[in-house]
Write a protein that binds this ligand. Sequence first.
Ligand code: PMV
Length: 360
Amino acid sequence: MTIEEFVYTASKQEIKTGSVTWISPSNIALVKYWGKKKDQIPANPSISFTLNNCKTTTTLEFSKKKAAGDITDFDLYFEGSSKPEFKPKINSFFARIEKYCPYIKDYKFTISTENSFPHSSGIASSASGMSALALCIMSLEKELNPAIDEEFFNKKASFLARLGSGSACRSIEGPLIIWGKHVKTENSSDLYGSKYPYEVNDIFKNYQDTILLVDKGTKQVSSSIGHNLMHGHPFAEARFQQAHSNLEKLREIFKSGDLKAFIKIVESEALTLHAMMMSSNPYFILMKPNTLEIINRIWSFREETGLPVCFTLDAGANVHVLYPEKNKSEILEFIKNELVAYCEKEQYLCDEVGKGAEKL
Ligand code: PMV
């Protein structure tokens, strides 16, 4: 699909007021998105597991104004309290989507949102939050134009979510979502995320992700600054090529369920992401000493037991521990006995691969 096809041009049903609620999950990338072009176009393709338990619930109430007006005129509640500090992010989201959803000017919105995970957990809520809001906007669009089908609905929801926060476009559906043009993957697009279209071994369908909360503070460097530092980065081109090649290698791995090969790619992707941060100008480090302790303990445990447990990282110090469901009891035991001590206040979250967002 082209960008123009996402511009709303249909006639509109007369909708005066309404309310819609979506629950949308977070996701964890296996091949990482790091570096972007204008309008949130990724510098390389990425693939992620959609999660199941870390999610945002957003209700959008809308009422038609007497005349089309300012898109910044909305109320925002986070976990029941008014949150003016979250407004600038939503303002820029509305400004970016206005061209594709001109009807947003006709409505006064009240947005009420809450997360299933603690706000100060160091878990980014932008993927679940922006996808939930994009889905609410699409539900309004569907009321205005009931002719749109599910495929277009999901694509445009992902397209809009991307404009809010790049990785959010991978949270609409599940279990494995690819985003970014990859010549070896049919129908992949820079504009939206879509379901991985090839065979996936059953081992990956209920893969576990235990998130170890190593540092719950705010990150010193935001993702948007990090993405921008890939412009002019000495290793950028090689990194982008590597992401293409890792995606190609994963095709056979997803089919066969070869976990040794899976682990090699996933851990290398996580460390490469952080290597890009450490070698940018200015350079920075988001891992903490306990992140490294955990990684080393995972490696020793894997060596000793032969169990297929591995880690990935996002742009922070927390560690995502990934493993098959059939090994859950032994690996959770290991996590509790050996890893939790390295978490802030011994906190961790148990998640697993999920199916995507749900309308309430
Ligand atoms: O969606 P953003 O702009 O917050 O970027 C997220 C980037 C990573 O989480 C580090 C990687 C990814 O692909 O999710």
